[in-house]
Structures are given as C-alpha cells and as structure tokens.
Design a protein around this ligand. Structure first.
Ligand code: NAD
Ligand code: DAU
Length: 374
C-alpha cells in the first residue's frame, strides 16, 4: 500500500539512517523529512538520497503548528514516525526548558495536528513515537527494563521524554489516535554528533585531547548499532500492534571504562599507533549530576512477537563506526567548528578543573522567558 510518511527529526543521527533505509527499501512510499535543523540536524547526512524521487525535505520546527498543518495537507500525510527531540542529557541539565519545549510541547503539537487531520478515518493512520530507555530511570547490578517497568526518569531529558510518552499514550486512550511507542537503548554508529560518548572520544583521540570519563567510569549502557535500531523501527512500523510499547536493545551491556578501552584499542590499530597510546588520554573528571548507573533492556518482546534481533556485533559495529569517522574527517570538522567549541569549553573546562563540590551542583541556565500564565 502506498503511504505518505512524515519522518520528524530525519536530519539527525537515527532519523537519517531511518530515512535512507525507507527511501531505498520502499520506493512506493513517499518519505517526507520534517526537521528544524538545530545544531544536531545535518542535511549532509542525507546527501546520497536527497534527489530520490520518493524523498522530500521540509525545514520546519515542531513548535510551529501552522507550518505543521500545512505540511500534513500538502503531502497528504498518512503516517508519522516521530524522532525530533533535544537528545543530550548534559545539555538538559543546563537548559531543561528547551527540552520541555521541543520534547513535550512539540510532541503534543504533532499529536494535535495528526488528530485534526486524521479524525474522520483514524484507523487508516499511525503515529509512531520513538523514545528512550532513560524514561525507566536506573538499574542496580541486576535486572532489565521491560515494557512493564515503572517510569522513573532522573534527568530533565529523561523527564521530558517520559512526559512525551505519556501524552502519546493519553491521545490513544482519550481520542483513539492509533499510536505505537518504542523505547531504545544507547545507539552508536556513523553520523552521531560528537557530544555523545563514542564520537566525542573518537574526535578527541584524533585531536590528541583528554578523554573525559565521568565519575569512576563504572556506568553501564546497552549499546545498539544505529542501523539495527532503524531495522527495529521498520519492523515495529510494519508489524507492531497499535497501542503497544516495544523495548529495543542490543543484548550488549558494557561498562563505560571497558568500552573506552576497546575503542582506544581499535583507534590505535587504525591509526597505526603504538599499543595503549590512546589510553594515555583517559582523564577522570567530575561526574554528571543524577548520572544513571546502569541501563539494560529486555528486548524479548520485539524479538519473539515481531521477529527482530540485532544483526551487528559490537566489535564489528564499533570498528565500522571508527572507520566512518576516519573516512569523513570533513563532516567531523564541519560539525566541530563554531558553536561546538564554546559548547565544549562550557561543558568540560569547569569539570576538568574539579568543577563544583557536592551541594553546589550546576543550576539550570537563567530562565529568559516567563512560562507562568497570568
Ligand atoms: P539527534 O539529536 O541526532 O537528532 C535530533 C533531530 O531532531 C535533529 O535533526 C534536529 O534538528 C531535530 N529537531 C530538534 N528539535 C526540533 C524541533 N523543535 N523541530 C523539528 N526538528 C527538531 O537525535 P537522535 O540521537 O537521532 O535521536 C532521535 C530520537 O531517538 C530522539 O527522540 C531520541 O530521544 C531517541 N533515542 C535516541 C537514542 C540515542 O542513543 N541516540 C536512543 C534511544 C532513543
Ligand atoms: O539510553 C538511550 C540514551 O542514550 C538516549 O536516549 C540519549 O539521547 C543518548 O544521548 C544516550 O544517553 P547517555 O547519557 O547514556 O549517552 P552519552 O553518550 O551522553 O553517555 C554515555 C555514557 O558515557 C554515560 O554513562 C555518560 C558517559 N560519558 C559521556 C560523555 C559525553 C562520559 O563518561 N564522558 C563524556 O564525555
């Protein structure tokens, strides 16, 4: 069946891999990429498919409801896959309100637009919301996040994503909007903005800069190659049941320090450096406030009910990722010039020098606009 799919946030890391997959795999679908092109959005990620017949880009902010409505009408949107978000935990600690605006208000704007435009034949449509495992909070040494785990978000980012998930659920219960939500673990791969652990460390090794490890480095994440996430989204989109939630993960837990050692080893080999050269850059710095100790996903529901499993091993995915960054130094240079330099200084200089002591944690940026209703 022909579908007109609005992929929201398609110029970002995961969105661009999803768009490439859908444009190439489904020539009968019209793929509309709606993205505001924030610092994290980059059309360079999609150069290879930008002239495809079934692909269109629309520069729009999801906070602009008029433009959202126009895009739904113009492209006769039948399905939405929503990935647009502010996504970096450290930035959310600095500026929570930006996360409330895009992740909460922006999501509600999209839900309202979909509901208005689809109201007469809701069952022919789907609103698929892409979310994160961070909504579940943190795990101890044991256990996994399942679809039944209670929400307990710890960072402003996680709280904003949890809130957006709740709105998506409420629009199904209250207005019967056909929705699906998936919650995924940490992604890695080509085109990830170098504020996140893996690309930031690759970039710093290339620049021979310190590798800033937060706290004791014994934090655990469950890593998934970005293309495997895109394939999981494809599976859920086509086979998932309306009203359901699916957890997506890599069955692949790593303590940060172990991952960093593996990454250093791969980098040394690729750069023909002596063994342990990159490791010398490891520097322990002040911890992230509210840092979740461990994430790990039980992805058995999507595996048994929909038949999805990861296809790429971690060593293979990490090696390919490193190679991509080495082959795309121009991309890396472009995204790390300008604003990135001041971001890096603000984020890391203070911490490297010892940062603030306990009880004097960083406060959110001063609020510039009043959000109270008169
Ligand atoms: P990203 O930061 O790389 O990209 C986000 C995209 O959203 C960018 O293209 C940006 O321009 C766009 N955007 C931001 N604000 C917007 C606005 N107001 N209007 C329109 N577009 C806007 O993000 P990502 O890492 O690709 O994550 C995509 C989604 O997947 C997010 O919802 C995130 O919460 C979720 N997720 C990410 C991960 C991960 O490890 N990266 C894991 C699980 C879930
Ligand atoms: O779990 C899914 C989430 O994964 C997504 O929803 C988020 O959008 C994505 O940013 C990611 O969140 P994390 O906070 O886990 O990712 P990040 O790459 O920022 O950090 C990974 C781990 O590495 C975490 O324990 C913090 C640590 N870290 C990170 C950076 C950037 C460091 O030690 N040093 C660093 O400089």
């Amino acid at each position: 069946m022909n579908k007109n799919i609005l992929i929201v946030g398609g110029a970002g890391f995961i969105g661009s891999h999803l768009i490439r997959l859908f444009v190439n795999k489904y020539p009968d679908y019209n793929i509309v990429n709606l993205d505001a092109l924030t610092y994290a959005g980059n059309l360079e990620n999609l150069r290879d498919i930008e002239n495809a017949k079934n692909y269109t880009f629309v520069k729009t902010d999801i906070l602009n409801t008029d433009l959202l409505g126009q895009a739904f009408d113009k492209y006769k949107i039948s399905h939405v896959i929503h990935l647009a978000a502010e996504t970096h935990v450290d930035r959310s600690i600095d500026d929570p309100l930006a996360f409330v605006k895009t992740n909460v208000v922006g999501t509600v704007n999209l839900l309202n637009t979909a509901l208005q435009k689809w109201y007469n034949n809701l069952d022919q449509h789907l609103f698929y919301h892409i979310s994160t495992d961070e909504v579940y909070g943190t795990l101890g040494e044991e256990g996994l996040f399942t679809e039944e785990t209670a929400y307990a978000p710890n960072s402003p980012y996680a709280a904003s994503k949890a809130s957006s998930d709740h709105f998506v659920r409420a629009y199904k219960e209250t207005y019967n909007l056909p929705v699906i939500v998936s919650n995924c673990s940490n992604n890695y791969g080509p085109n990830q903005f170098p504020e996140k652990l893996i690309p930031l460390f690759i970039n710093n090794i290339l620049d021979k800069k310190p590798l800033p490890v937060y706290g004791d480095g014994n934090y655990t994440r469950d890593w998934l190659y970005v293309l495997d996430h895109a394939l999981a989204i494809d599976t859920v989109f086509h086979k998932g049941e309306v009203g359901e939630t699916y957890n997506i993960g890599g069955f692949n837990e790593w303590k940060n320090l172990n991952l960093i050692h593996l990454l250093c080893k791969i980098m040394d080999k690729k750069l023909n450096q002596s063994k342990r050269e990159s490791e010398k850059l490891i520097t322990f710095i002040k911890d992230r406030p509210g840092h979740d100790r461990r994430y790990a996903i039980d992805a058995n529901k999507i595996k048994t009910e929909l038949g999805w499993t990861p296809t790429v091993t971690f060593e293979q995915g990490l090696t390919e990722t490193v190679q991509w960054y080495l082959d795309n130094t121009e991309w890396l240079k472009n995204v790390t010039s300008g604003e990135y330099q001041s971001y890096y200084k603000d984020m890391y200089n203070n911490r490297t020098k010892g940062g603030l002591s306990k009880g004097q944690e960083k406060l959110p940026q001063e609020q510039t606009q009043s959000t109270t209703t008169q």
